[in-house]
Design a binder for this molecule. Structure first.
Ligand code: CTP
Length: 430
């Protein structure tokens, strides 16, 4: 149901400059098929690639552009324009508009509307690979993600400029599905997901259209307003996995405890502190195709958090902390019945009898795969750059060579893609 109460769901689609702008015509068509009202704002650069007339014909609504005049303003103020939508989508989102959004500029209608809105914003970047990889763009994106903007894509492939790499706008079916899902139109989104995909010989990504959830970092369990119980997890492995899945085209939600790391670009990061908050954020991110629990969740919380700072009292014994068990997120996700992700993956941090314990832990947690690592003192795994993994599945154990956490993440992402690809192939064959 639309937030306007009863009316259709409404999307304000901001089309900025880029050769991929033509793809949004198909996105509008798909959204209209599902009864979504689409109103377009076309930037000056966008108008070089797609005409107001085509947007108007498909959206069956007036197109707002920089010629937005005082007459228009009296009919529909720019604040109204942003508030009358349930969701704002910027597609294609050029490097330029991302930079202007991050800087909080309001120098044309599109950025004014984006600055004035109180509605969720989804951006679908598309640009030359070098522009995408430039630290300025990465910083801008990290800023926007931190402020709650969601990102889909870009995908990887041959680009109009002749280069190859990430920077292509995601395909219309993926973008339409992501928009429908954010509007709460789950079954319409699934229809898009399962519609026969156009073959993309020039670089369709193996996890395109797939949704992934990753937990990362430690949790902080409050004792009182100034103290907490924590552990040494840096979050590096979980963050690298989120980034590697996104690089293969997945729509990734990263639920992270407190870390020093920047939010990975192209990933929706939800920052939490305690295990209970982590579980709530994970439940909120469902449904997903794959869930990977890489967080070092505290097993215990303080049974009763003190409302004020616990004071030291001369001559009395130190206070005894009573602990209570935290929810087990991996076990909970593995036992979600119909809502269970197709693939649930955990990590086993062990200090001795690593493989034996990981094999037992995979079974007791009910997950599909377990990545076991030795976290004994002296291995440098916690907080370090490298990881030596024993990969445990129902079929047995593989020992992966010691490699960087980034390489572990990339290997795992490829395994996930191969598994989900093979599974959907089997379904199609049935
Ligand atoms: N995990 C979780 N929620 C918890 C505890 C652990 O999701 N409350 C997940 C971790 O993210 C990891 C896996 O469970 O993927 C195993 O974590 P580990 O700390 O090795 O195991 P524990 O469950 O704590 O078991 P033990 O104390 O016996 O080692």
């Amino acid at each position: 149901m639309s937030e306007q109460g009863g009316g259709p769901h409404r999307v304000l689609l901001i089309v900025s400059g880029g050769i991929a702008a033509y793809k949004v015509l198909e996105v509008i068509r798909r959204l209209r098929t599902h009864g979504v009202a689409v109103r377009c704002v076309l930037t000056r650069a966008g108008a070089q690639f797609v005409t107001p007339l085509s947007l108007q014909a498909l959206s069956e609504d007036k197109v707002y552009d920089d010629l937005f005049s005082l007459t228009d303003e009296s009919e529909m103020g720019h604040i109204e324009l942003s508030r009358q939508a349930d969701l704002l989508v910027v597609a294609p989102a050029s490097a330029d508009i991302l930079a202007r959004m991050a800087a909080g500029m309001a120098d044309d209608l599109a950025t004014t509307v984006l600055l004035a809105t109180d509605k969720p914003v989804l951006v679908a970047p598309a640009m030359n690979v070098r522009m995408w990889e430039h630290p300025a763009t990465r910083d801008n994106l990290a800023t926007l993600i931190r402020r709650g903007v969601s990102v889909i894509g870009p995908s990887e492939g041959a680009m109009a400029c002749g280069e190859y790499g990430p920077g292509r706008l995601v395909e219309p079916d993926q973008l339409a599905a992501a928009i429908l899902r954010r509007l709460g139109l789950e079954s319409a989104a699934t229809e898009q997901d399962t519609a026969p995909k156009q073959s993309a010989p020039d670089g369709g990504l193996p996890l395109a259209g797939r949704r992934a959830l990753v937990t990362s970092g430690p949790t902080h369990e409050p004792i009182d307003p100034v103290r907490y119980i924590a552990n040494r997890s840096s979050g590096r492995q979980g963050h690298a996995i989120a980034e590697a899945l996104a690089a293969l085209g997945a729509e990734v939600t990263l639920v992270s405890g407190p870390t020093q790391l920047p939010d990975p670009p192209g990933v929706t990061t939800v920052r939490i502190e305690s295990a209970e908050e982590m579980l709530a954020a994970c439940n909120h991110a469902l449904p997903v195709d794959v869930a990977i629990c890489a967080a070092a969740v505290a097993d215990w919380k303080v049974a009763e958090r003190a409302p004020g700072k616990i004071k030291k009292q001369q001559g009395t014994a130190p206070p005894a902390l009573e602990l209570a068990e935290n929810p087990d997120i991996l076990r909970t996700l593995s036992a979600r019945g119909k809502a269970r992700p197709q693939l649930v993956i955990g990590f086993a941090a062990e200090t001795d009898r690593v493989v034996e314990r990981a094999v037992a832990k995979r079974q007791s947690k009910g997950c599909d795969w377990m990545l076991a690592n030795d976290v004994a003192e002296g291995t440098g795994t916690f907080g370090g750059d490298d990881n030596a993994i024993h990969f445990v599945t129902a079929d047995g154990v593989e020992d992966w060579p010691r490699q960087t956490k980034r390489a572990v993440a990339e290997t795992l992402a490829r395994r996930v893609a191969a598994h989900l690809g093979a599974a959907s192939h089997d379904e199609a064959a049935e």
